[in-house]
Design a protein around this ligand. Structure first.
Ligand SMILES: N[C@@H](CCC(=O)N[C@@H](CS)C(=O)NCC(=O)O)C(=O)O
Length: 73
């Protein structure tokens, strides 16, 4: 299961389209960058450069725990 962090922007729609095309399970976590939510401690542990979109995989194949990925590069 994936979690996609971000709001309503084209940069967030790109991985959203990918997840839809792959047909994998995911949920969206809304993040309002105009309210500064990208600077919360919890989100910075996922995306250290405070950018959306970011993706977390909760059940990676190696079963070593959640893996986060900053997709903003
Ligand atoms: N090249 C990246 C750009 C990512 C990006 O610019 N994210 C912006 C919003 S669309 C952001 O997180 N801004 C928050 C900030 O800089 O504090 C992409 O295509 O996803």
């Amino acid at each position: 299961m994936f979690e996609l962090f971000g709001g309503q922007s084209p940069n967030v729609f790109k991985p959203l389209i990918l997840l839809e095309e792959l047909g994998v399970g995911y949920s969206r976590v809304p993040l309002d960058i105009l309210e500064g939510e990208q600077f919360s401690f919890e989100f910075l542990s996922i995306s250290p450069n405070n950018q959306v979109p970011a993706l977390v995989e909760h059940d990676p194949a190696d079963a070593q725990g959640p893996v986060s990925c900053d997709l903003s590069r």
